[in-house]
Design a protein. Structure first.
Length: 158
């Protein structure tokens, strides 16, 4: 008799990491980034801000936006810092997310801005409405790397 198979870990992983050194500067893909508690991602335009430390999105939402647009939506095109391989991004303020050893807390929904039209083309901003992810603050710092496992809060549907 064959031994039962162990299912793959269903948790999402970090699919893409991006930082922008200054406002309106192009985002840069990185393999890892240091997240400082109370400050954000080292090398990113929002490092040192009060609450906007990290932006988080899911490849699931990017695929839905791409289907609506009729063209691909690359993770860097949205200017978000972290892209999950799959799953629903929590948007409820106070929800906790763990990325590797880094603990994050949702501050608010990340609404798509006018820059989405510039980076994704006409309709980009609309396609990302309700798919823009979340803005989080860093509670416990460390290094975030591509491939890190992500623990999301349990999402209850009403």
């Amino acid at each position: 008799m064959d031994a039962p198979s162990i299912p793959d870990d269903p948790r999402p992983t970090v699919l893409a990491l991006h930082v922008a050194p200054e406002r309106h500067a192009p985002v840069v893909a990185v393999a890892e980034v240091v997240a400082e508690a109370g400050a954000g991602l080292v090398g990113d335009r929002f490092h040192g801000s009060r609450h906007r430390h990290v932006s988080l999105q899911s490849a699931t939402d990017l695929a839905a936006a791409a289907a609506e647009l009729g063209r691909p939506v690359a993770p860097g095109g949205t200017r978000r810092n972290l892209t999950l391989s799959h799953g629903e991004v929590p948007t409820e303020p106070g929800a906790r997310v763990r990325v590797g050893d880094v603990e994050l807390e949702v501050v608010r929904l990340a609404a798509p801005c006018q820059l989405m039209e510039d980076s994704l083309g006409p309709g980009g901003r609309t396609a990302l409405r309700r798919r823009g992810g979340s803005v989080l603050r860093v509670l416990h710092g460390g290094t975030i790397r591509l491939g890190d496992r992500v623990d999301l809060p349990v999402m209850l549907t009403p």
